[in-house]
Design a protein around this ligand. Structure first.
Ligand code: HEM
Ligand code: HEM
Length: 157
């Protein structure tokens, strides 16, 4: 297998766009959540509904991605002998899956159970996700400039 499959590529980039949306438009749900915790009224808005809906969609897409990954496999790292790099890359990829499943679960608990601690975990996970994306993109750049592998082609149509 040289590249990720079309289905895997679609799912990678759809999840990417949904995650960007969650970060850019988080303010209304943060404010509404704070008001609800203080027992005050808040006004429901489209952006709040979309945060909930897209979060749920991310959960379903990531669960499907894991299933497809197990069924179809993924392309081997171009340098099979780079054991440490292979290990780190697997660890980062599986951490992505874990964090992307936990974000909607903790978000759901925070919103529907009005749990402040779940909200705090949700916030921490959002930070961890940014960290993972930075490592992910740095690794791609490292491979491109230092190892001379263009891994991007494997995740593009
Ligand atoms: C992968 C999916 C998700 C991502 C990437 C995401 C991202 C975010 C981000 C960036 C914030 C702002 C955190 C802050 O700075 O305070 C936030 C807040 C929040 N999200 Fe999500 N979210 C996701 C899914 C969900 C879901 C499914 C729900 C509910 C069903 C939800 C409920 C909330 C709530 C209640 C807050 C406010 C928490 C607080 O202020 O402590 N999120 N989310
Ligand atoms: C929310 C942001 C992102 C998430 C959650 C994410 C997640 C992932 C995951 C989990 C994989 C591994 C798939 C697997 O083997 O199971 C992957 C692979 C990949 N991602 Fe991302 N990614 C994100 C952003 C990006 C960005 C911004 C780029 C490019 C600039 C990118 C390019 C790639 C490429 C090229 C691969 C394939 C790597 C290889 O061939 O080994 N990703 N991504």
């Amino acid at each position: 297998m040289e590249k990720y499959t079309k289905l895997q590529i679609w799912m990678h980039w759809i999840v990417f766009i949904l995650v960007i949306f969650q970060y850019v438009f988080h303010e209304p749900i943060v404010q509404a959540f704070d008001l609800r915790v203080e027992g005050m009224d808040y006004s429901q808005s489209t952006l709040i509904s979309l945060h909930l809906a897209f979060g749920g969609l991310i959960f379903l897409l990531v669960a499907a991605r894991i299933w497809v990954r197990v069924e179809q496999g993924v392309p081997e790292h171009p340098d099979e002998h780079a054991i440490l790099i292979n290990l780190i890359s697997k660890a980062v990829h599986w951490s992505f899956y874990g964090v992307l499943l936990l974000l909607p679960i903790t978000g759901g608990f925070a919103w529907f159970q009005l749990s402040v601690s779940a909200g705090n975990v949700h916030e921490t996970l959002r930070g961890i996700l940014i960290l993972l994306v930075s490592v992910h993109v740095s690794a791609l750049l490292f491979h491109f400039f230092i190892s001379k592998y263009n891994l991007f082609k494997r995740m593009w149509w």
